[in-house]
Design a protein around this ligand. Structure first.
Ligand SMILES: Nc1ncnc2c1ncn2[C@@H]1O[C@H](COP(=O)(O)OP(=O)(O)OP(=O)(O)O)[C@@H](O)[C@H]1O
Ligand SMILES: [Mg+2]
Length: 400
């Protein structure tokens, strides 16, 4: 691609390359447009969500180091829409002088759940009791059964790499179901994390934006609601009391500092009777932060760009006391989204559609409502989301 170099009058470089071109890249491009920041996205195909709004589009595989090298050559900083990337390739590129934010060390925690559990446990961060299964089949199954005995419960099993939206996670009712899942993954050489099932009062998410020098900005922690492993609703502040929210924010900051992350970090947490437990992290803008577009002074997308460009971070204060975001999914018959006009009939609804081809269970958009009363914003957001089609994830065949 021919990208015109863009800087401000002080010479600050302002061209961001984004690996992946899904809805997160699309919303990053929207924020970049407002700041006069140029964008180049590395898309898997011409129909990816961000290709309709990016400044420039290149087509290539996110896991191909050469494609990322080509992207790095035409922009000032490389950042990410997802974490399905080749870490070794990124290390090589960084050594060759490319600016990659977040860097491969921070990305590694998001790429590999086994690595994440090990390094977080070693750093004293609260994680569920876990075992990594990456040996021979008989040994792995024996280790899983031993863990189940110790816990007195069926462990949750997860593919260490490649999962998203609950794919790659099995919360089984029976131990045999968990054993089958582990056997299937191990037969394909996939490392598995087996861990204690956490009984939580609620799931929450804490977002941090961090600059290269360590300056951070944090938003109010939010309650998230998952159905079949997929986030369908985010409530601000939701059921979280102030002290839990502050504890979660402090924990997320520790994680950000531990990883040395640059850009936005999302920490998914469980609020359990024994305290907060880290479920997983994403080193990029996150579904739990879409509400920040309308609900905070500065959105997660804008602060991600500001962080990776090493620009001052924006204020993260809430603009209203109650905010609700609801995801819109493709319906089971593969259609959707439904009537935009009907959704917009709810005047408070801010509708975001990602321009994606509908598939069963695929995230096609979200709706945010900002207001003063939690029940009111919840009802309005769900009404608008319902007009756009199903908003409940299909269990089978969910596609990004
Ligand atoms: N140890 C656990 N105990 C109880 N529930 C769990 C556990 N691990 C995961 N879950 C449930 O499964 C959901 C998906 O798990 P996880 O976040 O690890 O997967 P994911 O596919 O990477 O998610 P996504 O990409 O959607 O954030 C969690 O939000 C939670 O509801
Ligand atoms: Mg998750």
């Amino acid at each position: 691609v021919a990208v015109t170099e863009r800087t401000d009058h002080a010479g600050t470089p302002l061209t961001v390359g984004i690996v992946g071109a899904g809805q997160l890249a699309r919303m990053l491009c929207e924020a970049a447009s407002a700041l006069g920041v140029a964008t180049v996205v590395l898309a898997a195909g011409p129909d990816d969500a961000a290709t309709q709004v990016a400044g420039h589009v290149t087509i290539g595989a996110a896991a191909d180091p050469q494609a990322i090298a080509d992207l790095a050559r035409c922009c000032d900083v490389v950042t990410f829409d997802h974490e399905l990337v080749d870490l070794d390739g990124l290390v090589g590129l960084e050594d060759a002088g490319a600016v990659i934010r977040p860097g491969p060390r921070a990305l590694a925690a998001a790429v590999d759940k086994a690595h994440q559990r090990r390094t977080f446990a070693a750093a004293g961060l609260p994680v569920p009791r876990f075992e990594i299964l990456d040996g021979d089949a008989a040994g792995d199954v024996a280790a899983l059964r031993e863990l189940a005995d110790e816990l007195g419960a069926v462990p949750v099993v997860k593919a260490a790499r490649g999962g998203y939206d609950g794919r790659g996670v099995v919360v089984a009712d029976s131990l045999e179901e968990a054993v089958d899942a582990v056997r299937g993954w191990r037969a394909r050489g996939v490392t598995v994390v087996a861990e204690a099932p956490c009984s939580f009062r609620c799931e929450l998410a804490a977002l941090v934006a961090r600059r290269p020098g360590g300056e951070v900005a944090q938003w109010r922690c939010v309650q998230t609601d998952q159905l079949e492993g997929v986030c369908r609703e985010v409530m601000v502040p939701g059921a979280l009391d102030e002290s839990t929210a502050l504890d979660a924010a402090a924990l997320a900051r520790r994680v950000a500092e531990h990883l040395g992350v640059v850009g936005v970090l999302a920490v998914e947490l469980f609020d359990t009777a024994d305290g907060l437990v880290v479920n997983e992290v994403a080193t990029r803008p996150h579904n739990s932060g879409h509400w920040t577009i309308e609900g905070a002074v500065t959105s997660q997308f804008e602060n991600h760009l500001r962080a990776v460009l090493d620009l001052p971070l924006g204020a993260t204060d809430l603009v209203a006391p109650a905010i609700c975001s609801v995801n819109v999914f493709g319906s089971a018959d593969g259609t959707g989204p439904g009537s935009l006009a009907a959704a917009l009939d709810e005047p408070a609804a801010k509708v975001h559609l990602y321009g994606k081809e509908p598939k069963p269970g695929r995230k096609l958009g979200h709706v945010t409502v900002v207001g003063t009363d939690a029940a009111d914003v919840h009802a309005r957001a769900w009404r608008a989301a319902a007009a756009l089609g199903t908003h409940v994830a299909a269990s089978a065949g969910a596609a990004r």
